[in-house]
Design a protein around this ligand. Structure first.
Ligand code: 13P
Length: 250
């Protein structure tokens, strides 16, 4: 359990266009009247300026999906944490499984990215999660603890300023969701690990991600250590995303 209200974060991944973003956010903003939870949208970096303007004056935070592990310099194609800060970015996903898998990001690299964002005053959303093979081999707890340990080790007392997202790889984009009990079990492990590292573990929101939708959100969010969601596919349509924000506002 966290001391904060629930946090619902959209991860648009590599979706969107100037027109589609404007239309989606207009629909989401029009439905925010009963939304009491915290919320954010993590958008492709080229759209940060557009979405910063669209969200201005709203309660929805702006987020990025990745950041460079370097501060600045000759790193063609990369975007630094200070650059994200320039555009009012409040949250940045680090260590998403799609980056760990497709870009061979190591636990140490992810921990460095978390450090960079914290130094820029941005909250890292640190993703952890096991593959299907690892779950079947009974390694779920060991994998997520190893992934989080690297971030705790690199960030010391700042660790209470992060957000953690448990995203079982087998549940991402597959329509397979962890059961509320499976999610709670892993979230409790992560909470205990945070408690061992900081007296302020109750400030850390632990989000669940992986095929979360308007139907399964209520039960997942009712678990004591599920403090919110990181939502891919279902965040791309206001009619799917808004009911999830409302479910997190109860
Ligand atoms: P889906 O909600 O599409 O399964 O994606 C989850 C995710 O990876 C969010 O970061």
């Amino acid at each position: 359990m966290t001391v904060h209200s629930k946090l619902m974060v959209a991860n648009w991944k590599m979706h969107g266009s100037l027109a589609a973003n404007a239309s989606l956010l207009a629909d989401v903003l029009a439905g925010m009247a009963d939304v009491l939870c915290r919320s954010a949208v993590c958008v492709p970096s080229v759209y940060l300026a557009q979405v910063q303007a669209l969200l201005s004056g709203s309660s929805i935070g702006l987020g990025a999906q990745d950041v460079s592990a370097q501060a600045s310099g000759a790193y063609t194609g990369e975007v630094s944490a200070d650059m994200l800060r320039d555009f009012g970015v409040r949250y940045c996903i680090v260590g998403h499984s799609e980056r760990r898998q497709n870009h061979a990001e190591s636990d140490v690299l992810v921990a460095t990215k978390a450090q960079r964002t914290l130094a820029a005053g941005i909250t890292p959303i640190v993703c952890v999660g096991e593959s299907l093979q690892e779950r079947q081999a009974g390694q779920t707890e060991a994998v997520v603890k190893r992934q989080l340990a690297a971030v705790i080790h690199a960030n010391g007392h700042c660790i209470s300023e992060i957000v953690v997202a448990y995203e079982p790889v087998w549940a991402i984009g597959t329509g397979l969701t962890a059961t509320p009990e499976q999610a709670q079990q892993v979230h409790a492990v992560l909470r205990a690990q945070l408690q061992a590292a900081t007296a302020h573990a109750d400030r850390v929101s632990i989000l669940y991600g992986g095929s979360m939708n308007a139907t399964n959100a209520v039960e997942l969010l009712s678990q004591p250590d599920v403090d919110g969601g990181l939502i891919g596919g279902a965040s791309l349509r206001a009619e799917d995303f808004l009911p999830m924000l409302k479910a997190a506002s109860r």
